[in-house]
Design a protein around this ligand. Sequence first.
Ligand SMILES: NC(=O)N[C@@H](O)C(=O)O
Ligand code: NI
Length: 178
Amino acid sequence: MALQKLHIEPLTQEAFTLFGDVIETDQRPFRMINNGSTRRYHCLSQVETANPADGDRAIISIFQARVTKMPFTIRMLERHPLGSQAFVPLLGRPFLLVVAPPTDYSINNDKPQLERIRAFVTNGKQGVNYSRGTWHHPVLAIGNEDDDFLVVDREGSGNNCDEHFFEENEQMTLDYQL
Ligand SMILES: NC(=O)N[C@@H](O)C(=O)O
Ligand code: NI
């Protein structure tokens, strides 16, 4: 049986609001700083950490992601129940997002809602900050060369990564040619 092919939408903040924030400058307000030499696009998103009083902290990493060979089968999604996770491309290339809205992580074996899974492609100038608990596929670099991302997420005690693997007949196909 053919797997369901995910429709890939262009990323906009409006379409992405259920899942988190788009980090971009297009059409965003800014203020001039540094004696008029610099635009500050202030607080495009915020880092969420569940338990700052227990030592949760926001950290900054770089992910060097291998290119995803297309067509690609979406076999799982993950979420970070204790904090947000932001990906900002460092090489100006588009990348793919597969997401589903956060669900109630207090329920055992909680899982993504299949019918609410959506796929997006960025424009190369956009990053994203997944809200705490947003289901998402691990980073999906596309194109001909591996890609680099600045990643801002939560470090602290406890499990901060739940993975859900789909039944074979629930898996989806992602196919995008740059
Ligand atoms: N595991 C890890 O740090 N990366 C994932 O969370 C991801 O979303 O790529
Ligand atoms: Ni993640």
